[in-house]
Design a protein. Sequence first.
Length: 105
Amino acid sequence: MNQTNIPFIQGPVVEEEVHLTLVELCQACSADEEHVMTWVFEGVLEPAGESPQDWRFSGESLRRARLALRLSNDLELNPPGVALALDLLDEIAALRARLPRAGGS
């Protein structure tokens, strides 16, 4: 009998309906509040609420914050660079989603 190595992926499942506070988002993505606040002001993250104390972030914001942190740390991008990179990644994803409908491969 052959044994194959199956990769084990571990991580929390976050529902889209989840609303995280600033502190909870920072804990969930291991970022400091200053980074998250800068990403909000750069348009990377769009919380609901008027002030940092009232901000609530969606599950999608958690995904974006984790990616923003990776771009910031791994590629040493500044906040405007992170915002640009995420915008371009979003545009690529949208184009890829349109490709099958247009008859492409």
